[in-house]
Design a protein around this ligand. Sequence first.
Ligand code: 5RP
Length: 238
Amino acid sequence: MTPTPSSADAPSANLSQDELKALVGQAALQYVEPGRIVGVGTGSTVNKFIDALATVKARIAGAVSSSAASTERLEAAGIRVVDADEVDHLGVYIDGADEIDGRGYMVKGGGAALTREKIVAALADRFICIADASKQVTTLGAFPLPVEVIPMAARRITAQFKALGGTATLRLKADGTPLATDNGQHILDVRGLSIIEPLAFESEVNQWPGVVTVGVFAHQKAAVCLLGTAQGVQTLIF
Ligand code: 5RP
């Protein structure tokens, strides 16, 4: 569906990327449903949303979190965190993105939380994406595509991406050892892909043995994107 841009909510010329993130984090409060549990993503933009959510915490029943990092921040803010497995259904899931295209398809996982993000997103009626304008793309793939993998399959998955024209590298921590996700698995970051058909690409890569989650969010795409721009927050509806 073609996105429906609304007019900007407020002027924001000369705002930094951090300020744009705060702006969309605050704007996301309009989607938080009183008395209900909200799904919460991961990342620096979501951290701004959690800060905003803390100001209305008495109005919500709690949050389902997509990462240990977000859980820690939510709890520090006095927001009750409910396990995803105790929830049948969520109205909204609010999260950032590394890339979002004109159809609401996204690349996510820059913060290594993609598997839990996809699980919580799948519980929700609507994915509300919050992002600064630098995340808007025509075609997904310029941002290295995160893929969570079972370590023993990493070499073969790397070869499978090579056959598609991509170069996969193991994500490392600052000390040079492999980064372990909240699920104890590894992340491959894949460069050189141009993801023209996100739905088909996600379906294909997801069924490769050893892939836990591919960071293309097409089956769980955004319903709405609150985009922080120099003209203010634009609401894109997909
Ligand atoms: C974490 C994610 C984040 O949503 C994505 O990396 C965007 O992060 P930020 O808001 O810090 O730019 O997918 O796994």
